[in-house]
Write a protein that binds this ligand. Structure first.
Ligand code: ADE
Length: 251
């Protein structure tokens, strides 16, 4: 999977993603990362890429020309037009489901905005998806692009060393993950739950499932409405917390 990022701060993207698991995936060739400086496509000797907004108002707006030329350069050798993601608080909110959908793409281009925004005409011409990482405003689109690239990369086969670890975790099955423990067996008087030391795999699986359900009920109850739950899960939720799937949506 190939990621391309059009940005005014390519070093920020490279520094952030060339580390840890994404860094290893890049080194191993499982994913590739090409952070391109939009300023390289400026036609002005001072490398300007922004100008005052028509109609007045505060701040500067990124001009359409350099972004379009940068995009044209990136796609010129691609067989199929890739999805182009503009990171903006006005977009659809990014989620694990969106990460999963995007992880099936061969090439993805991110456009990171800055200043007061980007000239609307180039967005209309090249952008296929407007995506936000949440209802707050950041100084630029680089961190959101890195967040999305990280979440998408870990779903690409071979990026995580253990293929099952992407499956077990929070959200993959619509629930939050169960708690984890490692040595020592006792820490500050707190013991590891006995069942995890028992070696009884069926009991451990059931205990983990129930902890996932409990945690989701306590921390993100709205997720239960869409999580695939079986009869045993529903019985556990009803018995432990009085959860009733029939009436939950109407609460
Ligand atoms: N740019 C600035 N804030 C953002 C956000 N919350 N999500 C995506 N892009 C952004």
């Amino acid at each position: 999977m190939n990621f391309y990022v059009m940005t005014l701060f390519p070093d920020m993207i490279r520094d952030g993603l060339n580390t840890s698991i994404t860094g290893r995936a890049i080194a191993q060739g499982r994913i590739s990362l090409n952070a391109v400086d939009i300023r390289d496509y400026s036609t002005d000797k001072y490398r300007h890429v922004d100008d005052y907004p028509y109609g007045g108002g505060a701040g500067m707006v990124m001009q359409p020309g350099p972004i379009f030329d940068c995009y044209t350069d990136l796609v010129k050798n691609m067989e199929k037009k890739p999805r182009v993601i503009y990171t903006t608080p006005q977009g659809r909110v990014f989620s694990q489901a969106v990460a999963r959908e995007l992880s099936a793409e061969e090439n993805l281009i991110f456009l990171c905005g800055h200043y007061e925004g980007v000239d609307e005409r180039v967005l209309e011409e090249i952008v296929t998806d407007h995506l936000s990482i949440g209802d707050y405003v950041l100084t630029g689109g680089e961190l959101p692009a890195m967040v999305m690239i990280d979440a998408i990369s870990r779903l690409v086969p071979g990026v995580l060393s253990n293929d099952t670890s992407a499956q077990d975790e929070s959200f993959q099955d619509g629930l939050l993950e169960y708690p984890q423990y490692t040595r020592p067996e006792e820490f500050h008087g707190r013991k590891v739950p006995q069942v995890l030391l028992s070696g009884h795999h069926a009991n451990i699986r059931r205990w983990r499932r129930e902890k996932s359900l409990e945690r989701t009920w306590q921390r993100r109850p709205e997720l239960l409405e869409h999580a695939p739950l079986d009869k045993k899960d529903l019985e556990f939720l009803k018995r432990s917390f009085g959860y009733d799937s029939e009436s939950s949506g109407k609460l």
